[in-house]
Write a protein that binds this ligand. Structure first.
Ligand code: SF4
Length: 450
């Protein structure tokens, strides 16, 4: 099965070329991509952004999202890496890694393109990769083939002697960028004016801030400083339980969908989950809605997961009777409700691994991961719910050319594209991360030895 990138390249070619090659995907499903620019080298967008003076996320699912002015822009990749053939880049990366040996560890996120992931020493979700970085203390450089907030977390959890490198600085995350520190601080001040700051008779403070792992280190630090916590898509329910033991309500950012889906599954009525628009007074809500609020949801979303729809699920059930529909909890609530199951990337992986041979899965998460699963588990039929190929724009900004560039930089003793979190933010972020690691699900606490 060809990679997502190979398929995108073929889509932009002639019909004869498409027929000559076996396109990725499930028979009978359309072969089109959401953006013809995906076939270009990502460096073309580094140049476009440099000329326009404004950052952007590049082609793919986040293309229409507005990148904040402070979003990092990648400088120009040296021409030799743009001109190199795929085979050339591959042999340069292999040679650089061999020469660097234990001095470097390459981490690759599940959503990364195959042409990069083949060089990863560890593949996983953002938290698994941050832990992998922590466990490779002998490596002086950690090359993180993911996005900016993941590299920040790796920097905070790795040793002071280690450098974390993001091969393309434009690999941010449009969802993480939807909540910035000044807007969250302004919201916090409004909530303090509304609810006060004194605990109730049970010692629960008015609001606990909870940030999704997919957020800047500055927001993780905000949570650490204000009695809050970090969550992942695997432990969001446990974290919300932790928060309600200490607070009367939760401010959840930046992903409204993960917050809503998790709180709803815990039995919180959707009417008690006002959506906070940072540009409007009281987030655009009435005083009554804020009085009733149990979880205040920041108005952020993931442009990859918001592409999934109930209509796609209905079509998959028509095309593949008996199909098991598993979606990520960053999908909208109606999609999660219409699916058979919802869970993190790790949940999706385990669901496939544990299924009897011959199962059929329609998966609602990023296309690179879905197609890789389809190739790794040929005993099943696995396809992406979205028939249009639309990868995460920012993951796609990392191409083997950038990986070769940063590895060869290390060979010359140059650390390119280092990601460093200021110590003040790192200290408070670690507090919020450690609270998350210590939080235990209710069931586990019930059976824990005294
Ligand atoms: S898939 Fe969504 S949440 Fe993940 S990095 Fe891409 S934009 Fe961010």
């Amino acid at each position: 099965m060809s990679s997502v990138n190979t398929t995108i390249q073929l889509i932009t070619r002639s019909q004869a070329e498409k027929q000559a090659a076996q396109l990725v995907g499930t028979p009978g499903r359309a072969q089109e991509s959401c953006d013809e620019d995906l076939a270009k080298g990502p460096w073309e967008f580094d140049l476009a952004e440099a000329l326009a003076g404004t950052p952007g996320y590049g082609p793919g699912a986040s293309n229409e999202d507005t990148a904040p002015p402070a979003t990092p822009v990648q400088g120009q990749l040296p021409q030799e890496y743009k001109d190199a053939s795929d085979a050339d880049l591959k042999s340069r990366i292999v040679a650089a890694k061999a020469e660097l040996g234990e001095r470097v560890v390459v981490l690759g996120h599940f959503y990364q393109r195959d042409e990069v992931l083949e060089f990863a020493d560890f593949v996983g979700d953002s938290f698994q990769l941050a832990n992998a970085a922590k466990n490779r203390s002998e490596a002086e450089a950690i090359v993180f083939c993911g996005v900016h907030f993941m590299a920040e977390t790796a920097d905070m959890l790795s040793g002071a002697h280690q450098s974390v490198i993001l091969p393309n600085l434009a690999a941010g995350c449009s969802m993480a960028d939807m909540a910035d520190l000044p807007s969250v601080e302004a919201c916090w001040a409004e909530l303090a004016a509304l609810y006060g700051t004194e605990p109730d008779d049970d010692g629960r403070v008015p609001v606990i801030p909870v940030t999704y792992m997919n957020s800047s280190a500055a927001l993780k630090a905000f949570c650490g400083e204000h009695g809050g916590i970090v969550c992942t898509s695997s432990n969001a329910a446990t974290v919300l339980e932790w928060a309600y033991e200490r607070g009367q309500r939760v401010l959840f950012f930046p992903d409204q969908h993960l917050g809503r889906n998790t709180a709803k599954a815990m039995g919180i009525p959707v009417e008690h989950m006002p959506l906070w628009n940072p540009r409007l007074p009281l987030g655009g809500n009435s005083a009554h809605a804020m009085d009733e609020a149990q979880v205040i949801l920041w108005q952020g979303f993931c442009s990859v997961h918001k592409r999934f729809t109930v209509a796609q699920i209905e079509q998959a059930r028509i095309d593949f009777p008996g199909v098991r529909v598993v979606v990520h909890p960053e999908c909208p609530m109606e999609v999660v409700d219409a699916a058979d199951e919802a869970g993190s990337t790790d949940y999706i992986l385990k669901a496939i691994q544990g299924a009897p041979d011959g199962s059929t899965f329609a998966i609602g998460t990023e296309i690179n991961m879905v197609n890789r699963l389809a190739a790794q588990y040929p005993q099943h039929t696995i396809f992406c719910l979205d028939p249009v190929i639309c990868p995460c724009s920012t993951m796609y900004r990392i191409h083997p050319g950038y990986l070769a560039w940063v590895l060869e930089g290390l060979l010359r003793g140059e650390v390119l594209n280092q990601i460093t979190v200021p110590e003040a933010n790192a200290v408070n972020s670690r507090v919020a991360l450690e609270r998350m690691l210590a939080a235990k699900p209710r069931q586990a606490r019930a059976v824990a030895p005294q």
